[in-house]
Design a protein around this ligand. Structure first.
Ligand SMILES: Nc1nc2c(ncn2[C@@H]2O[C@H](COP(=O)(O)OP(=O)(O)OP(=O)(O)O)[C@@H](O)[C@H]2O)c(=O)[nH]1
Ligand SMILES: [Zn+2]
Ligand SMILES: [Zn+2]
Length: 401
């Protein structure tokens, strides 16, 4: 009897708010009154201090948030009696999208040192998921809220794809008023032998700069973000690995090592800090999959051997090509060794049960002064870490050729 009860209350009864990363029990999900919209008889908007505090700006003016005893898809406002389907996080009052509540999915955290290419990577990855890779995987990528739509357009798509300008440096999140993460739901129909099922991955992209994670003054939000993560992608800029500089020439060499004396740009420091924070929730080796991706691999390609897996394009199979995956992993590991960065691998092996190496380029070529190269944006293997994670989460098949 007991076990039956337990089976009926799976872990799914907790939803992680993708904005403040608080774990919320399903029966604590709050609602926001629909207000007067198109009706004329709802509650008046008022300053929502809770939401304002969370976002770090002025309190927005919105109808009130309320809780009910047994929250379903809709609830009646106790003040005005009007029905609403607008669900909200009880902690931060952010809207919880219906599709997210139905299928909370996995949270993927993206972390990288200063200048490692996070913003550019996010912009290009999202663009690829909406276009080429989305089509290949038969997956849809849906932004979960209006701020995500707006931020993507304004901060990422317009400058990079519209104006072909390189993205400017992100300010540390602590001082950033627009510290809302970008929240997307990546949904795939996975064909099973008996029936198909829909699986979702919540991509919560919160461009965490390495300096946000210095152990003493870590912001509460970053802690919760990492504590909620089901997977981590570390972006490592190979141009900041001292050993890799020998392989560079021309513009790439001129652009490398610019942050040499800045400990925040050291990938090993960033990986160490994140691991320390993750340890606060788990002892022993950490079980979440970790993808370590060398960004800006374009700068190194001239120096790589011709037969290197990093010269090949991935064949679009709609599945993870396991042979290709192993070849790239091996190649990047070997490169790291050659660059005296082999300790990254050893450190990860000691601390995580599952990690893999990747090499990618968001831009495809070394950029000119502050513009995208003449050939435009030609991303290379940007989707690889995500495909691997989808495979790990059983949302994508693995094939051998
Ligand atoms: N060669 C090459 N350079 C890149 C690539 N992506 C980004 N860069 C360069 O790296 C610089 C930093 O990129 P950002 O995307 O701003 O890096 P970030 O990690 O968001 O930086 P912070 O916001 O300072 O933490 C850019 O100005 C580009 O010049 C790439 O794919 N190839
Ligand atoms: Zn919240
Ligand atoms: Zn009301």
């Amino acid at each position: 009897m007991k076990s039956a009860v337990r089976r009926m209350r799976p872990r799914q009864t907790l939803i992680t708010c993708p904005y403040c990363f608080t774990r919320v029990a399903r029966d604590r999900v709050a609602f926001r009154c629909a207000g007067r919209a198109g009706h004329g008889t709802g509650c008046d908007p008022r300053a929502d201090e809770v939401l304002g505090r969370h976002r770090g700006g002025a309190a927005p003016s919105l109808p009130p948030v309320f809780s009910v005893r047994r929250p379903g898809r809709r609830a009646r406002c106790p003040d005005c009696g009007r029905e609403t389907g607008w669900r909200a996080c009880p902690e931060c009052h952010s809207r919880l999208p219906a599709e997210y509540c139905a299928n909370p999915g996995k949270i993927v955290a993206l972390v990288g040192a200063k200048g490692s290419g996070k913003s550019t990577y996010i912009a290009v990855l999202l663009h690829e998921l909406m276009n080429r890779v989305g089509a290949e995987l038969d997956a849809s990528l849906v932004p979960c809220d209006d701020r995500t739509i707006e931020r993507y357009r304004q901060d990422f798509a317009r400058p990079l794809y519209g104006e072909r300008r390189l993205l400017s440096a992100t300010r540390p999140a602590v001082t950033d008023l627009r510290r809302d993460p970008l929240v997307y739901l990546l949904t795939r129909t996975v064909r099973g032998r008996i029936r198909s099922r829909t699986e979702s991955l919540t991509l919560v992209l919160f461009d965490t700069a390495g300096e946000d994670l210095r152990s003493r003054d870590v912001a509460e939000l970053h802690l919760r973000y990492l504590a909620a993560a089901d997977a981590v992608i570390f972006l490592v800029d190979p141009l900041e690995l001292p050993g890799a500089r020998a392989a560079l020439s021309g513009t790439a060499l001129a652009r490398s090592g610019s942050l040499e004396d800045d400990p925040d740009s050291d990938p090993v420091n960033v990986i160490g800090r994140v691991t320390e924070l993750l340890r606060r929730r788990d002892g022993g080796r950490l079980r979440i999959p970790v993808a370590v991706a060398l960004s800006k691999i374009d700068a190194l390609r001239p120096a790589l051997e011709r037969q290197s897996a990093l010269h090949r394009a991935r064949t679009p199979l709609g599945a993870l090509d396991l042979d290709d995956r192993e070849a790239v992993d091996e190649q990047v590991r070997a490169l790291m060794d050659e660059w005296q960065a082999g300790m990254v691998d050893r450190y990860l092996r000691q601390n995580y049960t599952d990690h893999a190496f990747f090499g990618l380029s968001a831009l495809g070529t070394v950029p000119e002064a502050d513009a995208v190269g003449a050939g435009g944006i030609r991303p290379y293997r940007v989707e690889d870490p995500l495909l691997w994670l989808l495979y790990r989460f059983k949302m994508l098949d693995g094939v051998r050729r």
